[in-house]
Design a protein around this ligand. Structure first.
Ligand code: VGL
Ligand code: ZN
Length: 213
């Protein structure tokens, strides 16, 4: 697939007003979705311009770390016979097979040791797009006293979308980091559709530069 530099940039939703700076505080957590080699250029299920989110997320990590706030990172972690793979009748090329190199984060993306890793998609017969599906993420967030989630990662139209939907349903306030997400875009509008769906359910769209620590 040819990918121009700007092809995967989102259109800012019509009429959406930028909220003021958001100061992170106790009860806030950063939730990083599926930063894994297979979702980056050269990987098994590469998201175009996926690398763009890496420096943005690293700067968010610094902000949350400096305030001593929790950071959670989900990872897609499939068995070799996962139902989402084409060989099994699914729509995706093989990606993020548990313990394979493609399931690892890129070497440039070093996570502090305090980051809580949430492994998902391990059941062979369920998609497992959401970080809440089949995991203890909700319990872990509750135990950490988290009420607001700042979410970025890959991919906007699948795992970010489903994770954010579940987070909102579970009562978390969700800040979606517009410059820290990129979409697969099976259809060209999937990115904007996913963003609209999250906003419609109550997520708040902000740029990472608006996060103040
Ligand atoms: C994802 C497709 C298949 C994602 C995971 O992380 O968004 N997309 N598995
Ligand atoms: Zn997957």
């Amino acid at each position: 697939m040819r990918t121009g530099k700007f092809i995967n940039m989102m259109a800012w939703p019509r009429g959406h007003v930028l909220p003021p700076m958001v100061t992170i505080q106790s009860g806030d957590a950063l939730l990083i979705v599926d930063i894994q080699k297979d979702f980056l250029p050269g990987g098994g299920l590469a998201v175009s311009c996926g690398n763009d989110v890496l420096p943005v997320l690293l700067s968010c990590i610094s902000k949350f770390e400096s305030r001593g706030l929790s950071i959670f990172a989900t990872r897609d972690w499939h068995p070799p016979n996962h139902c989402s793979f084409r060989e099994q009748g699914g729509v995706w090329p093989i990606h993020c097979v548990a313990d394979s190199p493609g399931a690892e984060p890129p070497s440039s993306f070093r996570l502090p040791s305090s980051v809580v890793i949430v492994t998902k998609g391990i059941a062979p017969d369920t998609e497992g797009y959401s970080g809440f599906q089949g995991t203890t993420l909700n319990t872990q967030l509750k135990e950490a006293g988290v009420r607001r989630l700042f979410v970025g990662g890959l991919a906007t139209d699948f795992c970010v979308l489903n994770t954010v939907k579940d987070a909102l349903d579970l009562g978390y306030q969700v800040y979606l980091l517009s410059d820290a997400i990129r979409a697969v875009n099976l259809q060209p509008n999937d990115s904007s559709k996913a963003i609209e769906a999250m906003l419609q359910r109550g997520a708040i769209l902000i740029q990472s530069s608006q996060v103040a620590n």
